[in-house]
Design a protein. Sequence first.
Length: 341
Amino acid sequence: MPAKQAVYLGVDIGGTKVAAGLVDARGKILCKTRVPMSSRGSEADGLAAVEQAIEAAVQIKPRWRKSVCAIGISSPGPLDPRAGVIINPPNLPCWHNLHITKKLKPWRKLPIHLDNDANAAALAEAIWGAGQGYDSVFYATLGTGIGTGVIFGGRIYHGRTGSAAEGGHLSIDYHGAQCACGKMGCIEAMAAGPAVAKRAREKLLDGSAAGEKLLSLAGGNAENVTAEMVGAAWHAGDALAASILQETATLLAIWLGNIIDLLEPDVIIFGGGMGALMSEWFDYIRKRLPEWSINSRCAEIPLVRAHYGEDSGIAGAAALCLSAKNSPVRTHALSRGKKRR
């Protein structure tokens, strides 16, 4: 790629790392790097980690430094994307009401765009990934938690204050487990990785004989079970792991039934580590959807796996730049939600 062609610098901030990379206008990640995040240090320590990641990414391809036309930042919330303020993310205690778009001193002359990590990932999928050609996109990343983003006509739906699309905190059982957010029965508290591992541990501790392979993967100690082990045990034919994942798929079907009744998106995209695992249950989820949606055509909505894997934060952050430039992005969006053939 010629050095004069515009590129975007995507920065993905997490509790333990900052990833950064250069991304072209077609969504190709040209280079990437990551550095440790000083999440429990001072505000300046956290900012220094971000600046270090940016500089490291640019140094990989120094001839493209002058081609960087904007910076996108993907961060955990809560945050205010319109004001460019990271408010007080639980896993970034170093920052409180940080106006990050004004604090990156070496790069302040460039446009800097900020958004929630799930929103950003959803936008990248809509523009460049599995959501290309669809007008309305519902994106969910399943991992340690469940984050979601909603895209209409190539634009992130932010709601009145920028806090919309917290779909992971939609309650499907008010008698269910309490979520870290304080609500009861959020889908995150019932179907994210920690919840899957907890159900498996409880079954094993109750003396279930069906989890022999799962217990073996945990070294004989049920307390060591993780969601990744549940997935591996299921692939190895473990009956307990299969029942745990089937229950998880049912919970997701209940949740998606509500999402469909509210939004009726053109496509539903799953990202994240647990999302990749549960994509193997798409057929089961699709069969169960009619039980949990009043929409007679709910099963027609495609359930697809995200295009971007662990790089969704970098791609999503870069997509924020392209979206802001085009406002709204319609390069790939077609009218009436019909997918391009």
